[in-house]
Write a protein that binds this ligand. Sequence first.
Ligand code: F6P
Length: 361
Amino acid sequence: MMKRLGILTGGGDAPGLNAVIRAAVKTAIYEYGCEVIGIRDGYDGFIDEGGILPLGIEEVRGLLPRGGTILGAANRGNPFARKVIRDGKETVVDVSDQIIDGIKRQRLDALLILGGDGTMHSAHELYLKGAPIIGVPKTIDNDIGGTEATFGFDTAVTTATEAIDKLHTTAEAHHRVMVLELMGRDAGFIALHAGISGGADVILIPEIPFRFESVLAKVRLRVERGYLFSIIAVSEGAKPMSGEQVFSREGDEVYVPRLGGIGQVVGEYIEKQGFETRVTVLGHVQRGGTPTPFDRWLATRYGAAAVRLAVQGKFNRMVSLRCGDIVDVPLEEAIATPKRVDINDDAVITARGMGISFGDQ
Ligand code: F6P
């Protein structure tokens, strides 16, 4: 019998987190008469003073269209490697035992963990230490294994597509090449989906290493055909065949290296060949704002399904979308292989067939 349920949001925010929280709270209270608490700022709430927030129907009112997360998020929140200041110095500590104690102290029968790939890994580790964990897949990158979709992705693609639409008008008016750098880490889903939906001429993604000369050839070909502008959608993780990914910040024990800058590299190359070029980095705009109806729909179904799993005591599992149905998969399956663009699938074939260049041919 589930009496007390905890919810936390790990890693970066994504549109739809609040919709999951709302659905989980309503289902837990209305359907199962259960008490719900939220843990603030990732796992920090188990450790920090005032980190626990009772979640009732009143607390989740009006949350459906709200981006961000009412619980707060923490990128440096891995309980097995948490950055803290000790004696004035930064140090990395394993606080997983404190989290396990916190779960016990709060008398939680289940803990819903909303997060991305990294968060699902640590959730599984916590399960192995005895925590009653259920995962809910969140990320704009759509790169979590075991599910066809994560919430947040559709909103990011919508924002990125709108950006391409807006760049089109200036590109055409000024006869320019417009480069748009998009998020996604090592997965090219955002650039691929937005690139196709926005009508980009070149799409560069991490899964298909590119040649600068091929990108240039596409821009030239368009000019020869009388199209004096081009739009290039570049995933932040895209890399040239002859080089490496571009980072704006190195990683350390806590933070992964920060991708960023490939758009500028591509833009500078094209401009040097005589084509006026501008670069836009869309950045965190992709993570912000109100979730799309699809993301609200998915987030709501995930939140409710996660509570049903908790009631059945099916821990160490993640809710997942398969062929339109919400199912659940073992966390091991979700974390085994991160999801990447299948370069032989219909989307890539369709794009190539329509003359979109991936910079590889
Ligand atoms: O994983 C989501 C994401 O937005 C990535 O697309 C991006 O590379 C990263 O997070 C940015 O992280 P931060 O918000 O820590 O800069």
